[in-house]
Each structure stands twice: as structure tokens, then as C-alpha cells.
Design a protein. Structure first.
Length: 128
């Protein structure tokens, strides 16, 4: 079976909000949707405060997956899990630039692109 990933939740907000501050709403939505989650992989933009907050409030273990400091290409374990969804979503024209006027419509476009990716992969799996 092909690799079919499902986007769990999306939060769009102003670019002046950091990953750490913006992650609170994402984590709340994730807990409502899937309270049994144990571990989440996040990139290096998350500070210790939100990691402790997620552990204390929801029991989530946020594992920070750092970039390599080596100037050459090195495959890092679990880093591709964090970066892969951004690469998949970047292929959708509507998401290549910020065309939306409201955060809700931006979130909707990300969900549409994610469902499109999932359906395309599902139909490819089904045809074999």
C-alpha cells in the first residue's frame, strides 16, 4: 500500500505569531480530535515552554527534530516526517502564494489540498 497520510488539523494565523505561540490552538484541536496521541514530532521552532505546556495539559510528548548543522546533505531520522507535508502541499497552486483574505479560507484550502493528495494516492493504490 502506498504512503497515504491524513492531515489532522490546521490553524492559519498572522505571520507575526511564532510557532510556539501559534501551536497552542493546534494542540488544543488535536487533543479534542485525538486525545490518545502520545508523541508528536515538531521542528526546531518550538520552545521548551510549549513542550512543557503540552505535556502538562494533554500528556503529549513533543519531540523536537532539529536540522543538521552540517553544510552538506544528510538524511536525518524523522526530519522527513516533519517536512514532507509542507512539500506535498507546496505543489498545489492555490497554496503557492497567500491568496486568501481570511484565516478560515486559508485553512479550508489546506484541507482541500490535503484531501486531494489523499484521494489521488488512494485511487492509485486501488488501481493495482
Amino acid at each position: 500500500m502506498a504512503d497515504v497520510a491524513k492531515l489532522l488539523t490546521v490553524v492559519a494565523h498572522s505571520c507575526c505569531i511564532s510557532d510556539t505561540r501559534g501551536s497552542h490552538l493546534v494542540l488544543i484541536r488535536l487533543f479534542i480530535l485525538l486525545p490518545h496521541l502520545l508523541k508528536l514530532f515538531v521542528d526546531g521552532g518550538y520552545q521548551q515552554g510549549v513542550i512543557d505546556w503540552a505535556k502538562a495539559l494533554f500528556g503529549f510528548l513533543l519531540e523536537v527534530v532539529e536540522r543538521s548543522e552540517i553544510p552538506q546533505f544528510v538524511v536525518l531520522p524523522k526530519r522527513w516526517i516533519v517536512e514532507r507535508p509542507f512539500a506535498w502541499l507546496a505543489w498545489h497552486r492555490r497554496l503557492s502564494k497567500d491568496f486568501e483574505h481570511s484565516p478560515k479560507s486559508s485553512e479550508a484550502m489546506v484541507y482541500i489540498a490535503s484531501n486531494s493528495i489523499m484521494l489521488r494516492r488512494y485511487t492509485l493504490c486501488d488501481s493495482f
